[in-house]
Design a protein around this ligand. Structure first.
Ligand code: NAI
Length: 259
């Protein structure tokens, strides 16, 4: 490995991934492990995490499944406690857990609104704060990578609650970056465009979905999960050592689509 590519390595780091039981979280947990990290995979569906950890072990990596509900402070603290006991202080967090059910603005109920904000915004804040408190207490640097969305920057019909939560993630990323820079903790976000996961599955198989891809995405295709690897490793590793408060769009040009 050259000195330059060494900077993208996560060897020696403990990485905690939230919402690791499927989609982007499961994928990037594998990437982190393959890049040398000891990976703590957290989600509510613990049986799926066991399979993921087995797969990572079979590839020669290290992974620890932990039960984690980002809406519950006690659960988050317990996951960090377990991570710390087994692997040491968490150096890198991938704040990925999220929900994404669409609903027209006129129909969103109080419960739906609260649940969206509780997971997609409060959960990201809670995990980031918990990680940062522990890094500061240990006197260690760290990196927090939040998964926002292009819907945190622009808007889409049927997603008023999701757009609002993700816009909050974008602002939270910048506000935390400002306060934590002097502690050596970097906070950045990735704003993905559309990728096929359990969250988006179905829609893009429909005629409407296929037409949408042609009309709205300048690259005229969806993203491949592997296209998130570079942006994630850049922000998580020492390769991004002078980056904080940034929001990287990974969207096939969707956000720069002409108006
Ligand atoms: P996904 O549904 O496969 O993954 C979301 C994960 O979060 C699931 O494993 C789910 O169980 C977990 N989760 C939900 N609530 C949780 C809670 N309270 N505690 C712990 N875990 C919880 O979907 P995907 O696409 O992988 O989503 C990952 C992130 O990427 C989400 O934040 C989503 O908003 C974001 N995103 C996804 C895009 C896409 O096109 N797939 C586009 C833009 C953003």
């Amino acid at each position: 490995m050259t000195e330059r590519s060494q900077r993208f390595s996560l060897a020696g780091k403990v990485v905690l991934v939230t919402g690791a039981s499927s989609g982007i979280g499961a994928h990037l947990a594998r990437v982190a492990a393959a890049s040398g990290a000891r990976v703590v995979v957290g989600a509510r569906r613990i049986e799926r995490l066991g399979q993921l950890a087995d797969e990572i072990h079979a590839q020669g990596g290290e992974a620890l499944p932990v039960a984690l509900d980002v809406t519950d402070r006690a659960s988050v603290e317990a996951a960090f406690d377990t991570a710390q006991t087994c692997f040491g202080v968490v150096d890198v967090v991938l704040n990925n857990a999220g929900i994404g059910n669409g609903q027209r603005a006129l129909e969103v109920s109080e419960d739906d609104w609260r649940s969206m904000l509780a997971t997609n915004l409060d959960g990201v804040w809670r995990v980031a704060q918990c990680a940062a408190q522990r890094l500061v207490a240990a006197g260690r640097p760290g990196s927090i990578v939040n998964i926002a969305s292009m819907l945190g920057i622009r808007v889409g019909a049927g997603y008023s609650h999701y757009c609002t939560a993700k816009a909050g993630v974008v602002q939270l990323t910048k506000a935390l970056a400002l306060e934590l820079a002097r502690r050596g903790i970097r906070v950045n976000a990735i704003a993905p465009g559309y990728f096929i996961t359990e969250m988006t599955d179905g829609y893009f198989d429909s005629e409407h979905g296929r037409q949408y891809i042609q009309d709205a995405i300048p690259m005229r295709r969806l993203g491949e999960l592997s296209e998130l690897d570079g942006p994630f490793l850049l922000l998580a590793s020492d390769a991004g050592s002078f980056m904080t408060g940034s929001v990287l769009a990974v969207d096939g040009g969707h956000l720069v689509n002409g108006l």
